[in-house]
Design a protein around this ligand. Structure first.
Ligand code: 5GP
Ligand code: MN
Length: 338
């Protein structure tokens, strides 16, 4: 990370800052946004965090979560707040399309732009870019950003709790996308008073009964295993959404169960949300799902976790996914052909 004197000057004088993150914000989006807010407020900046859509309930405990403005709910207030801003910070995403209509507005507003993110292929959307696809999480980058600014002492427990949340959620509790830095940062945060096990308990032991019943339904009735492609998938229809009263966040993590099958290298969760069909792909090892999402579904993400949306029907999307598997047979199984 390089810190220009311009950037230091900008952040050392109180500014009117908007922190934005992506639609369907996850723990890393929320954690990095709130960590950045609590850091910047120590310099006297006026900071608002804005998301296109709501965040899952399990993150309500994070300090400052209650102040987050949601475009889908507080559209007029978001527009007014954004029009007053002179610094825009983009966290955990790297293309205006990931913030939907808020992107159309922000794109045309004057102001300095800072991007901190770990997804591949960033759009040229910022004056100051901290893009590291090898990083575990945007929260890892926030920790390094604050340290790089010479402000380690500003990583207090409030900032730390938020950073820890993104570390633990984007690495699946330190199971994937880890590096030695992640463990050093986690250890340092614990030394600074971050209650690590309590945070994990709040985030992961917060399911409702219906979530477990839904998981049971997915595994018993909606799972397909394609051993010839070392692939497994789970799909959910609009009817399933109604029957299980599925809300935002309820399907989070279901795709990961498919990877627990020893032979599976590629896992897909394809579900009919109220207006679109959403794909979530996961993989083990070197198999790149980001490439599949980008090439065939206009999506993106990381090598081992990527996603996309489709405007085709659920059936057509599942079929399209199955139809492309022969293209990847060699990469998945080491064998050629259908
Ligand atoms: P998930 O499957 O959990 O929604 O997303 C997995 C990863 O893929 C996340 O890092 C997310 O940012 C990325 N991702 C999900 N959906 C999309 C999409 O529609 N477009 C792009 N570019 N990335 C996505
Ligand atoms: Mn992330």
């Amino acid at each position: 990370m390089e810190f220009s004197s311009d950037l230091r000057q900008l952040l050392h004088i109180p500014q009117n800052v908007a922190i934005l993150s992506h639609r369907n914000p996850d723990g890393d989006a929320i954690g990095s946004s709130l960590a950045m807010r609590h850091y910047l407020e120590q310099y006297g900046h006026t900071v608002h965090v804005l998301f296109p859509s709501e965040y899952p309930e399990e993150f309500e405990f994070l300090p400052g979560a209650e102040d987050i403005l949601i475009w889908d709910i507080h559209t007029e207030e978001c527009k007014q707040v954004l029009s007053r801003k002179n610094v825009f910070i983009f966290l955990d995403f790297n293309a205006y399309s990931r913030i939907d209509r808020m992107g159309d507005l922000v794109k045309n507003l004057p102001g300095a732009r800072i991007l901190i993110d770990h997804h591949l292929y960033p759009e040229p959307m910022a004056d100051y870019v901290f893009s590291e696809p090898a990083a575990s999480s945007t929260c890892e980058l926030i920790y390094r950003f604050i340290s790089g600014m010479g402000d380690s002492q500003k990583i207090n427990p409030t900032v730390g709790i938020c950073i820890y949340t993104g570390l633990v959620t984007d690495t699946g509790s330190f199971k994937h996308a880890t590096n030695s830095m992640v463990f050093r940062i986690a250890a340092d945060l614990i030394d600074r008073g971050v209650p690590d096990t309590e945070i994990q308990d709040r985030i992961f032991n917060s399911q409702k009964e219906k979530n477990l019943r839904l998981l049971g339904h997915c595994l018993a009735n909606r799972m397909e295993y394609l051993p010839e492609y070392r692939t497994a998938l789970i799909w959910l229809s609009r009817k399933d959404y109604e029957a299980f009263e599925i809300q935002r966040g309820d399907t989070e993590g279901i795709v990961n169960y498919l990877l627990t099958i020893r032979e599976v290298k590629l896992a897909a969760f394809i579900h009919n949300q109220p207006t679109i069909v959403k794909l979530s792909l996961r993989s083990k090892g070197d198999f790149d799902v980001q490439e599949i999402c980008r090439t065939h579904f206009n999506g993106g993400g990381h090598k081992n976790a990527a996603g996309a949306y489709s405007h085709d029907s659920l059936k057509a999307t599942i079929q399209k996914f199955k139809d492309i598997l022969p293209l990847y047979k060699k990469a998945l199984t080491g064998q050629n052909g259908k």
